[in-house]
Every structure is written in C-alpha cells, then in structure tokens.
Design a protein around this ligand. Structure first.
Ligand SMILES: Cc1ncc(C[n+]2csc(CCOP(=O)(O)OP(=O)(O)O)c2C)c(N)n1
Ligand SMILES: [Mg+2]
Length: 153
C-alpha cells in the first residue's frame, strides 16, 4: 500500500470481541451479509464491517437490507480498485501482466446514498477516526469509502 495510505491507520484498529472473519477458506463477498447477521445476534452492539472493494461489489445489494432494517452498521470499504491480493501477485511474478484483477468501482458514497444509506469518501489517514466517530454517533448505517492505492501504480 502507498505511503501515508489510510491502510496504515486501518491496520492499527483495535476491535473489541467478538471478531468474525471467514475462516480457513477466506471466502470473500459476505462481510456485509455476515455483519447483518451479527447485528441480529447482538442487538445494541456497534457492528463494523471491514471489507475489500472487490468483496463489497459482490454483495452491495445488501445496502437495501441496511436501509430496510435500519441497522446502524458502519461499513469500511478498503478501496484499491482491484482484487488487490491477486493484482499484487501478478505484478510481482508475471512481469506486470494483469488479467482480471482491475476493478471498476462505482461512486460508493453516491451508491450508498441511492439506497438511503449515508456514505462518504476518505482519502487521508487523519480523516478516518473522525468519520468513524461520526458514523457511530449517528446511530445510522454508513459506508466509509477509504481510498487505499496500491503502491507502484
Ligand atoms: C468467494 C471467493 N472467490 C474468490 C476468492 C479468491 N480471492 C481471494 S482475495 C481476492 C481478492 C479480494 O479483493 P478485495 O475484496 O478488493 O480485497 P483486496 O485484496 O483488494 O484488499 C479473491 C478474488 C475468495 N477468497 N473467495
Ligand atoms: Mg480491493
């Protein structure tokens, strides 16, 4: 990730338990849906979903569920416009030849807003903490679109 990237801050986040992730198979595409399940199981707790943009694109219709339920889940999208994991490997091992790893990500704050969910885009590390505090204290769902370019691109 690029120097000064918000990802540096994300890597320092400390979450209280319970923390759920996708286990040994590391499946993507279910972070938000699982968070909605967790909010059902843990009413009154602040649920936060941290997801890649590629993963989020597989389930963004669940924004409708957020709107319908009113669950105040904060969704933090790590936005690198890529299946970053695979793109990094292609850059390292395949002489820069990329195949199927670059993503066209829509305007996420506008997309969230079209579902009636608050969204904002963050480009600087210092913006993340206040945005999270705003989202938590609003008592409403929020999508924080965190721009995290991959180094070298
Ligand atoms: C259901 C499923 N399909 C494919 C994969 C393989 N896979 C692992 S990481 C990844 C890319 C994830 O991209 P993104 O969510 O944007 O996260 P990033 O690596 O960019 O942080 C893929 C396709 C998987 N783990 N699960
Ligand atoms: Mg990505």
């Amino acid at each position: 990730m690029g120097a000064g990237c918000t990802n540096e801050i994300l890597s320092k986040l400390v979450a209280t338990r319970p923390i759920f992730q996708s286990g040994d198979f590391r499946a993507i595409g279910h972070g938000l849906a699982s968070s909605i399940g967790m909010q059902h199981a843990l009413p009154g707790r602040q649920v936060v979903c941290i997801t890649g943009d590629g993963s989020f694109m597989m389930e963004l219709q669940e924004l409708a569920t957020l709107a319908r339920t009113g669950f105040p889940i904060t969704v933090i999208v790590v936005h690198n416009s890529a299946y970053g994991n695979m793109k990094r490997d292609q850059m390292r091992h395949y002489d820069g030849r990329l195949l199927g790893t670059q993503l066209l990500i829509p305007d996420l704050p506008r997309l969230a807003s079209s579902f009636g969910v608050h969204g904002e885009q963050l480009t600087k590390p210092a913006e993340l903490e206040p945005a999270m505090r705003r989202a938590f204290s609003s008592g409403k769902a929020a999508v924080l679109d965190v721009i995290c370019p991959i180094e070298g691109l």
